[in-house]
Design a protein around this ligand. Structure first.
Ligand code: MN
Length: 684
């Protein structure tokens, strides 16, 4: 459906040039032609694992960028992105032959490529992601790198199995999140889906098959919706483009896995996207949609008035569509759609359109660009904060020549680096090379520097080093060496501790178990009767509330007479009832009685973006509803998403809804729902 799905074989320079001309017929393509000729001859004789000439790779990367409508300098840099790494060409040559701007872009991409994520720790991936964003001044470097990654992933089947898994994991850990943060959802989705296919082929195939089984049904549902919409829009002369939403297997998998939902409950939600000519029409379309089908009010989001921090804009609403299916509707203009798919790349281009192409790229970094555009809005501050990682401004991330990441404090010297590698290295340091140039030991390191320490058997620490170092470890080690060698008084210690600290997991888990003093009440759950429930025409029946759907007073319920175990009460919507449908004579109508005197443990999950006091705010809101918290578990992931699970004592679903409404009011909360899993309380 997207242009990315075009088959990748047999595309040539003409495809690239046509795409560029399509974007802007007047653009000068000399530099692109020159870059292609240069790259083609530099890579001549090299082959990809697929057996194709190497040039097919940079060409595909360039085509992706042309589709993203990037400028010709960036496209030319993409054609040349591997020449420094894989051929005799140097950055100097590129600077002379082309220009400094292009050479800098290639240099940036080459630097990223020299970084290998050796560690299996997720903390390392997190560093790397932050470092990439924080150090690269020109965001086009990352855009080229993402396009490079995309083509490598598209051709990953030519790698051997083990390598495939490593690459896919790295893509999922590092590059896909960067693409998402930059709002480049089109690239992000494809990177995720290919990685997902490589890492979890069975799960991938299961989801794909579930989709194809339902294809006819989903297609005809969509056709019907589309016809109804077009008919209505005609009356108001609103011009639109209506599409179904592209399926993204990995996001379905994630929902199934992390939100405990089954495929049916996810696929059950139908989705449609409506693209309009202008903002005014977006709201007109919204009005029409709401007049056709009744909206679920809590699901309406106006991201046009309040854009997301990655610049995403759209109206989101969910309505009860034909046949009672939930229908998610996204409404946005063509420009907003481009931003949604291409993120930062699209936004940037609109801004540049009115300026002479190329000129301003050098002077303004993307961050400054956006900052000007969104002056004084909270969201842009948030966005800047995300990108710049102010939290980390007193830390830098540097690299060993083999690409291992070393975290140091700001203003660290090569000596700090040497000691961070190993005390032995520190104590024999005689000099240092930063980015392949010999530098004095007093040099201050910057994020992204690649450092090589020169050592010699005769080298040893000196008093003057104490003035150069920033880290406690280096200072301590130098002092103890000096003491040992001057006073002949050996002192001993190891660097183990700090290394252990370094690899400490970033994820923090707070588990709070609140002593339950109302066990008696809870135990009634499994007792013979469920108070508050009246059953038509029966008495003295053993009643249990089913564990699969966990009904609470107020829910629409039905009783099922089991063989020998009394009656179980299910919600009428419980999926397990389908299995029992052949035994309809064993179902019995039941109703809840009016007075809510009993409490039921219910598990809920709350999702949000972490911030100070988030947890406290949530628990405060809960206590405002006079609800007892039986258990709570909070989890903050590396990407700052927080997941808080509660077991609460509730009286009824009205009570539960009240609690959920209160929590929804809190800033940063993104999702909240009841979990239908067995509630187990730890009695300790
Ligand atoms: Mn490449």
């Amino acid at each position: 459906m997207s242009e990315f799905d075009l088959k990748i074989r047999s595309r040539d320079i003409k495809t690239l040039l046509d795409q560029i001309k399509k974007n802007d017929p007047k653009v000068n393509i000399d530099i692109v032609n020159k870059a292609y000729e240069f790259a083609e001859s530099a890579h001549r004789g090299q082959l990809r694992y697929s057996g194709e000439p190497y040039i097919t790779h940079p060409l595909e990367v360039a085509i992706t960028l042309a589709i993203l409508k990037l400028d010709t300098t960036t496209i030319s840099a993409a054609l040349l992105h591997d020449v420094v790494e894989d051929t005799q060409t140097t950055i100097e040559i590129l600077k002379n032959k082309f220009n400094g701007e292009l050479a800098q872009l290639v240099d940036g991409v080459t630097k990223i490529s020299s970084i290998k994520n050796k560690s299996k720790f997720s903390a390392q991936a997190e560093y790397l992601r932050k470092m990439l964003i924080a150090t690269i001044k020109d965001v086009r470097v990352i855009i080229i790198k993402l396009a490079d990654k995309l083509h490598n992933m598209r051709t990953i089947m030519f790698q051997d199995e083990e390598k495939r898994k490593t690459i896919a994991k790295e893509t999922l850990d590092i590059y896909a999140p960067i693409a998402r943060r930059l709002g480049m959802s089109m690239i992000c989705s494809e990177l995720e889906d290919i990685s997902f296919h490589v890492l979890f082929p069975d799960e991938y195939n299961r989801i794909r098959d579930s989709f194809s089984e339902r294809k006819t049904e989903l297609d005809s549902y969509f056709d019907n919706i589309k016809a109804v919409l077009i008919e209505s829009f005609k009356k108001f002369s609103i011009e639109t483009e209506i599409t179904g939403r592209a399926k993204h297997y990995y996001s379905i998998y994630r929902k199934m896995k992390f939100q405990n939902k089954d495929f049916d409950s996810i696929y059950d939600i139908r989705a449609v996207r409506i693209i309009t000519r202008d903002i005014k029409d977006c709201y007109a379309v919204l009005g029409v949609v709401h007049s056709l089908w009744s909206p679920i009010t809590s699901r309406f989001k106006d991201y046009i008035a309040v854009p997301k921090s990655n610049m995403y804009q759209s109206l989101h609403t969910t309505v009860i569509g034909p046949d009672g299916h939930r229908l998610e509707v996204q409404i946005r203009t063509q420009d907003m759609h481009a931003t949604a798919e291409m993120g930062i790349a699209a936004h940037w281009l609109y801004k540049e359109k009115n300026l002479s192409i190329g000129k301003n790229y050098k002077e303004l970094t993307i961050l400054e660009n956006i900052n000007k555009q969104f002056d004084n809005t909270t969201d842009i501050r948030e966005f800047m904060r995300d990108l710049k990682m102010d939290l980390y401004e007193d830390e830098i991330f540097v690299f060993t020549p083999k690409g291992k990441i070393v975290k140091l404090s700001k203003e660290s010297s090569p000596i700090d680096f040497a000691y961070a590698i190993h005390t032995e290295v520190g104590e024999h340091t005689t000099g240092a090379m930063v980015n392949k140039k010999i530098v004095p030991l007093r040099t201050r390191l910057k994020s992204g520097d690649i450092i090589e320490i020169l050592t010699s058997k005769n080298g040893h620490p000196s008093e003057s080093w104490l003035k150069l170092v920033r880290s406690t470890k280096a200072r301590y080690k130098i002092r103890s060496w000096l003491r040992k060698n001057i006073e002949k008084h050996p002192s001993e210690e190891t660097g183990l501790k700090s290394r252990r600290e370094k690899s400490k997991k970033q994820e923090k888990t707070v588990q709070v178990t609140i002593p339950v003093n109302e066990h008696k009440k809870l135990n009634k759950m499994s007792k013979k009767t469920v108070p508050g429930l009246s059953i038509a025409g029966t008495s003295n029946v053993e009643i249990r509330l089913s564990q699969c759907c966990q009904p609470i007073p107020g829910d629409d319920v039905i009783g099922f007479i089991t063989r020998g175990r009394g009656m179980t009460i299910h919600k009428k919507t419980c999926p397990s009832l389908k299995r029992l449908k052949d035994e309809s004579e064993r179902f019995i109508e039941v109703v809840w009685e009016g007075n809510e005197t009993e409490y039921y443990p219910v598990k809920i999950a709350v999702f949000g973006l972490d911030r100070a006091n988030l947890l406290k705010d949530v628990t405060d809101q809960i206590s405002l509803t006079k609800t007892n918290i039986l258990k709570m578990e909070a989890n903050v992931k590396d990407d700052k998403t927080a997941e808080i699970k509660f077991i609460l004592e509730v009286k009824s679903n009205t009570h539960l809804n009240e609690i959920m409404q209160m929590i929804k009011k809190i800033g940063n909360i993104t999702d909240i729902y009841k979990l239908n899993e067995k509630v187990v309380l730890n009695k300790k």
